[in-house]
Design a protein around this ligand. Sequence first.
Ligand code: GRG
Length: 305
Amino acid sequence: MDFRVLMQERKTLIDKALDYYLPREEEYPQEIHRAMRYSVFAGGKRIRPLLTLLTAEIFTPEWKRALPAACSLELIHTYSLIHDDLPAMDDDEYRRGRLTSHKVFGEGMAILAGDALLTLAFELLTDNNKGPSEFDSVYWQEVPPQTKLDVIFEIAGAAGVRGMIGGQVVDLASEGKKIDEQTLEYIEVHKTGALFKAAVRTGALLAQADKDSLRRLTVYSSLLGRAFQIVDDLLDVEGSEAKMGKARGADAKKEKATMVSLCGLAEAKSRRDQLYSQSIQELEYYGGKADQLKKITRFLLYRDY
Ligand code: GRG
């Protein structure tokens, strides 16, 4: 199947599942449910859940079992963006071309919406709800309990202080300071890379991949996470403003240390290229079965938005 058609199909499935898992807007207290849905359905690319599904697809036709876990990663990602935009952190007014959560709902509600998305993610991962929906009955109940525990451990670690939060802490502490490349790498590997790694490993765990595959895919996703962050830095200098829905130059304005500001544009691109080919090499072992994962890797690292 054509890559773009497949991506759209998977994205539609992810959106339907997210809609099912999130509380209805009409449910009391409505304000928090509106805030949660406002940010989850704000035009995100769904990269992390797509990576989970495409990784599982290498190993099993039962890849839909990975859907609840894939969605939990998108909920955690959305929470991190809501909190990152707050005045106490990056203080951003716009994201994806729309007002940020605290600008629409107020700071208190934005904090709570982030908290609620994070906790809902773990509710999803532990849920044994035997409801009538395909999203309850098919996709999660058949996963062995030990695998569920492994996935919960994986995702909690990636979201926590040894993962994304750790990266955000060092990022916050580095504001306004000159940082070296090692510190920048720590920030990137943890702040951005941890969820990427968890997304891929979660797909592999749920598909019962063996230890060698887990090791190979851990290397692949670490390289992808690092390259993704470099691309994020490149887009802030050369991305399409129309497609990104935001102005370029935010990093320079905030005097943020990025791979571009530290090494220059040409070197940042050369590192992206190197990381790309190394990451693809890790997937060669799977031949055609990893074609879609290879294509999304190329798309993510060579896009202009
Ligand atoms: C507040 C605990 C806490 C953590 C925040 C991820 C993060 C940590 C902050 C986001 C800051 C940022 C812009 C990082 C660069 C890489 C990144 C995560 C970009 C956004 O991810 P995409 O492109 O976003 O997947 P969409 O909009 O497609 O969902």
